[in-house]
Design a protein around this ligand. Structure first.
Ligand code: 26V
Length: 763
């Protein structure tokens, strides 16, 4: 850990930076300048750290991911450097606060949601465990779009996160990537990832084009055919057109070709021959976006003289694949013709791999190339890696028994589960210092190194004073969120109301629309004179993919309900709906510590794991959820008294899909449901919203409802009613909070990464 003998020494280092940059003392700097100076100082210290020592067997890990949703780095890295408290205290003596300065740090949003944030948590844990391993990805100039609400609808604006203060370190390294018809240089930048409790740092390697396009004049549109300049412009370019899809393939090949060259370079530098790749390299393929690393490495190894079969064996020994979803529409397949355009050199290899796979199994369902010559990326991954893992126990079971069953029958030994985890450094220590202090005051700080120690809190479930002060911590965090909402969005919320929070990507399977139906139910109850025991504030945060109409329609509904409740004097004192604009990691860090009820209401079987459920739990929120993803494991850990579950089981849902047995209209025609759905077309709502949008949504809910919100909505209302009643017994609720925190240790990403290492990477 970085060590400054005295606070004075820290102050001197900071003064040197502010003097050099701004010719000022730290005291004379504005918050923005002080933020820049601290970023620069932290970056210097992180970058100066060496990589972890090579392990005895000489294996090194490369975590390939198209997304790394890092969030702001200042506080997190101060913590890893052992400087979080010294800097906070120093700033305090200057009458400044770290939280105020942090407002000026741009947030790198190089990810869409759970998958990208998981990759960021994993890098943090890999570094904290001192494992030799780096991330490999792309340096998008615009991260996920910035969301604005205009006339109760989502508008997208570009997110230019790159500034001179960004954490990117030029490395001077570059590789040439050969595309069909032209070559492009991949320039390597690094972000240093200091490991907590270590003196070492890992690296996030981000590749960029040498001559990136300037900012788009307007909106988030750009020329998708100008690959040489636009390849790294945007995270997930809109792929509703052929050009957009092709650009995705260009991005993927650029990332893996440069990454594969880097791996082979480092292998040689470490003194190992290419034919020992499988022994000395571990590659984790995060979903199918980096899957072309398999044929690319085979190509590079054969070019170095390895026979094809040996190259395949080495790659299979090095690579492992993580599956993050069972949604059919999210499982990537590319027309072989696309690969022929982007990377024609891979086409013969893909054909050979397909032929090889067909010798292992005659089952057409496990082929790599289908009858339409589409490449099934996940199929290639399973055949030609040594490990396929799901991300929660239920998810892995579903992969084995239904979604990927033919593969499981073929390769049972390859399948394994790695239940996701989150870094408690960012998601508890940094974002919830009040709770972190409350925990440490009771069980010491061992939990910051080993989250399993949180179990030591369990005996405090019978300590009234501790329970009382736990409630005060939550109240403090709720007031903090209320202040933030007031300053960022001009909305004033009541910290004494129940904070019921659903924050995650907007997707029909996550069923924000079912939560909206609850709002409609509660609205009617209040109108009928049946008020809740205490006011409820329902908070939403969600971005919809720009081309995903139904998701945008649901955002419209939520924003209309927000206006409806705000402007009705009967309702507003009892029910508020607040949708935060531009939900991102920074918002999450304020929302999660303030949450009372954590909404995890996906249709059972559809949410592979979820990770916000873990963050909420660790911050003392009680889950209201379906038995889906990691909710199942949360329920097992906390027991039925400390979670509110409801809804159809995954078995029931899988069976309904299998036999086409779900009919939305049947469920609509129930007295408790029909009026909720029809409210979408009520004069009250039509006076606020857009008739065509509300009508489209109404029609979809009534006649389609592909994710079965109407199947579960009554059970959901009943469960939420139980949860809100439970909240009123404050002592009993505090026990639930405490039990959730105490049992959350299992969901530390340090545990997950230790398992990846013990069972897959063997570093
Ligand atoms: C991707 C797409 C792309 C096309 C349109 C529809 C669609 C729907 C879902 C996805 C998800 C891609 C994979 C993903 O982000 N999975 C998430 O991974 C998290 C980390 O493992 C996990 O916690 C979430 O449950 C899972 O949804």
């Amino acid at each position: 850990m970085e060590h400054f003998d005295t606070p004075n020494e820290l102050k001197q280092r900071l003064s040197a930076v502010t003097a050099a940059r701004f010719s000022k003392t730290p005291e004379a700097c504005t918050d923005a300048e002080l933020c820049q100076a601290l970023l620069a100082l932290t970056q210097q210290l992180a970058a100066a750290r060496p990589a972890p020592a090579e392990t005895k067997n000489g294996r090194k890990l490369y975590y390939f991911s198209a997304e790394f949703l890092m969030g702001k780095l200042l506080s997190n890295n101060l913590l890893a450097l052992g400087l979080f408290e010294p800097v906070r205290d120093l700033l305090k003596t200057m009458g400044r606060s770290l939280a105020d300065l942090e407002e000026y740090e741009p947030e790198p949003s190089l990810g869409n949601g759970g998958l990208g944030r998981l990759a960021a948590c994993f890098l943090d844990s890999i570094a904290a465990l001192g494992l030799p391993g780096d991330g490999v990805g792309l340096n998008y100039h615009y991260g996920l779009f910035r969301q604005k609400f205009c006339e109760n609808k989502q508008c997208e604006q570009p997110d230019p996160w790159l500034t001179p203060e960004s954490w990117l370190l030029p490395t001077g390294r570059r590789y040439t990537v050969a595309f069909g018809g032209f070559d492009l240089d991949a320039v390597l930048y690094d972000i240093a990832i200091p490991g907590a409790q270590q003196c070492t740092a890992g690296r996030l390697h981000l590749f960029d084009v040498a001559d990136p396009a300037p900012a788009p004049a307007q909106g988030i549109d750009f020329d998708k055919r100008d690959v040489a300049h636009c390849l790294t412009s945007f995270l997930y370019p809109d792929d509703s057109t052929r050009d957009g899809q092709l650009l995705r393939v260009y991005q993927q090949y650029f990332m893996v070709s440069a990454g594969a060259q880097l791996i082979l370079d480092e292998l040689a530098q470490r003194g190992f021959a290419p034919e020992t790749l499988g022994q000395h390299v571990a590659i984790q393929i995060n979903d199918t976006h980096p899957s072309m690393v398999i044929p690319e490495l085979i190509r590079l190894l054969t070019a170095r003289g390895l026979p094809f079969a040996d190259a395949v064996a080495q790659v299979e020994a090095a690579c492992a694949y993580t599956n993050h979803t069972i949604l059919a529409e999210a499982l990537e397949t590319w027309p072989l013709e696309f690969i022929g355009t982007v990377a024609p050199q891979l086409v013969p290899i893909l054909r050979q791999l397909d032929a090889l796979a067909r010798t292992r199994s005659g089952d057409a369902r496990v082929a790599i190339l289908d009858a339409d010559d589409r490449v099934h990326m996940a199929h290639m991954d399973i055949h030609f890696t040594h490990s396929t893992n799901g991300v929660a126990a239920l998810h892995t079971e579903i992969l084995k028994t239904s979604e990927l069953k033919p593969f499981y029958d073929l390769y049972p030994e390859k399948f394994n589960n790695k239940t996701n985890g989150v870094t408690f450094r960012r998601w508890l220590q940094v974002c919830d210092p009040a709770l972190a202090g409350w925990i440490t005051a009771r069980i010491g700080d061992g939990w910051t190194r080993d989250a399993a120690e949180l179990e030591k809190l369990l005996p405090f479930a019978d300590d009234d004073a501790s329970l009382q002060s736990l409630l005060e911590v939550k109240a403090h965090n709720k007031r903090r969120l209320a202040r933030l909402l007031q300053s960022r969005q001009g909305v004033k919320i009541d910290p004494d109301s129940v904070f019921d929070i659903q924050v995650k990507r907007l997707h029909e399977y996550k069923r924000q629309q079912m939560n909206a139906l609850w709002v409609i139910w509660q609205y009617h109850e209040i109108k009928a004179g049946r008020r809740p025991a205490r006011p409820v504030t329902v908070l939403f945060g969600a971005k919809a993919a720009p081309a995903y109409t139904m998701a945008k329609n649901i955002i419209h509904l939520i924003l209309c309900l927000q206006t409806l409740c705000e402007t009705d004097p009967d309702v507003r004192p009892w029910l508020r709906v607040v949708m935060v604009e531009n939900y991102n990691v920074t918002w999450a860090e304020a929302l999660i510590p303030a949450c009372d009820i954590s909404e995890q209401i996906s249709l059972a079987s559809k949410e592979a794991s979820g990770t916000s459920n873990m963050k909420f739990m660790a911050n003392g929120a009680v889950t209201l959820g379906t038995m889906d993803g990691a909710n199942v494991e949360i329920a097992q850990l906390v027991g039925p008294d400390n979670i509110y579950t409801f809804g159809a089981s995954s078995d029931t849902v899988i069976d309904l899909y299998a036999r086409g047995g779900y009919c939305a209209l049947d469920h609509y025609h129930r007295p408790g449901v029909e009026y909720l759905v029809d409210f979408l077309l009520s004069p009250a709502l039509l006076a606020i919203g857009d008739a065509a949008t509300l009508h489209a949504l109404w029609q979809d809910m009534k006649y389609k409802d592909w994710f079965m919100a109407l199947l579960d909505v009554e059970d959901y209302i009943a469960a939420k009613t139980r949860a809100l009643a439970g909240y009123e017994d404050r002592a009993a609720w505090a026990k639930k909070m405490l039990t959730n925190i105490a049992r959350a240790g299992y969901f530390s990403a340090d545990r997950t990464i230790a398992q990846y290492n013990a069972e897959i990477w063997h570093l």
